[in-house]
Design a binder for this molecule. Sequence first.
Ligand SMILES: *[C@@H]1O[C@H](CO)[C@@H](O)[C@H](O)[C@H]1NC(C)=O
Ligand SMILES: *[C@@H]1O[C@H](CO)[C@@H](O)[C@H](O)[C@H]1NC(C)=O
Ligand SMILES: *[C@@H]1O[C@H](CO)[C@@H](O)[C@H](O)[C@H]1NC(C)=O
Length: 367
Amino acid sequence: MVLAPFLLLLLLLPLLNVSATTPDPCELDDEDIRCVCNFTDTEPDWSSAFQCVSAVEVEIHGGGRSLKQFIKFADTDPKRYIDVVKALRLRRLTVGAAQVPALLLVAFLRGLGYSRLNQLTLENLEVTGTMPMPPLEATGPALSTLSLRNVSWATGSAWLAELQQWLKPGLKVLNIAQAHSLAFSCADLRTFHSLATLDLSDNPGLGEHGLAAVLCRNKFPALQELALRNAGMETPSGVCAALTAAGVQPRRLDLSHNSLRPTATGAPRCTWPSALSSLNLSSAGLEQVPEGLPAKLSMLDLSCNRLSREPRPDELPTVSELTLDGNPFLDQEDSRNSGVNTACATSTLATGMSGTLVLLQGARNLV
Ligand SMILES: *[C@@H]1O[C@H](CO)[C@@H](O)[C@H](O)[C@H]1NC(C)=O
Ligand SMILES: *[C@@H]1O[C@H](CO)[C@@H](O)[C@H](O)[C@H]1NC(C)=O
Ligand SMILES: *[C@@H]1O[C@H](CO)[C@@H](O)[C@H](O)[C@H]1NC(C)=O
């Protein structure tokens, strides 16, 4: 991966012919905290990454190129760089826009195993080739947060199980957006004993069936929060059924930015996890409060929907904190409607939703 060159360049720097003509691809802020590299040049000066060595937060973009050329470094004996890696202040790392051989990715994770990195983000990556045999004991970093956005794996649906074997246990937050494959084989997946937050937002193709398959039974025993924004969910009760089938017991569930429809009459009722206390149904195109919601909640967000009248108490669960902003019935009640609509549109943009969704949301607010 890109950081492997970065680490290895430290050792190999004297051998490299550093060109001084091109503008510096890397920039370190004045506080020595954040360092961002963008290697867009056709012949990037990789050694520029050297200045990121003191940073706490490093972001590296590979300009979409293949990192095959660095594969020869994958065999480097860790002893040659352990001390350097141990001395790094690096805590958060983002690597994006590159094609990475799986062998290099694994070497990179092994190297980071000696670091104090706790948040790793991979985005817009294509991981090529198959993963090598996993080590007997996980040798990679002890991450608390792993975020993946638009990462494709030549190894297909086995990717999470394979990646997991290189990470030390203890992961608390896992974000997977724009996944190319979420059809994991549950048997191969190890239990995520400490995982409290699973965010599968921005996977519009997932759907309720996909959800039931992803939430491998007994693999997420500590799950507290499940985010499913823009994940192709269709009805709250369909989601409830998927949670029940998987035996997960989240406290907080985010179903915002899905186009939810009313539960078909006669559909089987579902018993929600008893721990569920917070449900977000914001921006879900709802014209009425869906039936079959949990009977008691501490938070229910119904903002930015299409409710044309105020919900009657008997339609709502017992809820201590209810949000109804940005619904048409409020426009009729007070004339500050443009203000409400702006709030909905802004929150949509702020969550980084796809352009289409923003447009839909905008159109919805204009109606
Ligand atoms: C990297 O640089 C290219 C070209 O200058 C630009 O289009 C791209 O947005 C930059 N990427 C990041 C993450 O800054
Ligand atoms: C996803 O990542 C690939 C590189 O692997 C890139 O070519 C593509 O533009 C990315 N897609 C989006 C929507 O960013
Ligand atoms: C519900 O989701 C929306 C959109 O994703 C977000 O703006 C809002 O803050 C969430 N509500 C709560 C109470 O967290």
